[in-house]
Design a protein around this ligand. Structure first.
Ligand SMILES: [Cu+2]
Length: 120
């Protein structure tokens, strides 16, 4: 018990130190976050959100299935750029867009579910 208390104290000191440090580095932290080019599309209630996503080149887009039924993410552009496996609840699929263009996609299990990624 004594040991876990001192670990908690140490952890608190670390957290406080980190907060103090990051407060001084706020500007830097914010700009670093903007450069992280990962974007999420949520699959929920038989729809993709956002339906249309616009991202810069070299962005990794991750689809996450929040429904309790399976879905897929399959591109319908001419070159069939990406195709996920069947995603069960909370499963993810990621694809990095390295070329500009418009990438329409749908769920092959529920073809009325459609979305679009625009890469600039
Ligand atoms: Cu579906």
């Amino acid at each position: 018990m004594r040991r876990s208390v001192s670990i908690a104290g140490l952890a608190a000191a670390l957290v406080l130190g980190t907060i103090g440090f990051s407060a001084g580095q706020n500007g830097l932290a914010a700009s670093a976050q903007e450069k992280m080019s990962t974007t999420e599309v949520k699959i929920d209630n038989f729809s993709f959100g956002p339906v249309t996503l616009t991202v810069p080149v070299e962005t990794t887009v991750t689809w996450i299935n929040h429904d309790d039924i399976p879905h897929t993410v399959v591109s319908t552009d001419d070159s069939k750029t990406f195709k996920s496996k069947v995603l069960d609840t909370d499963e993810k699929f990621s694809f990095t867009f390295s070329r500009p263009g418009t990438y329409p996609y749908f769920c092959s299990i529920h073809p009325k579910m459609t979305g679009k990624v625009i890469v600039q």
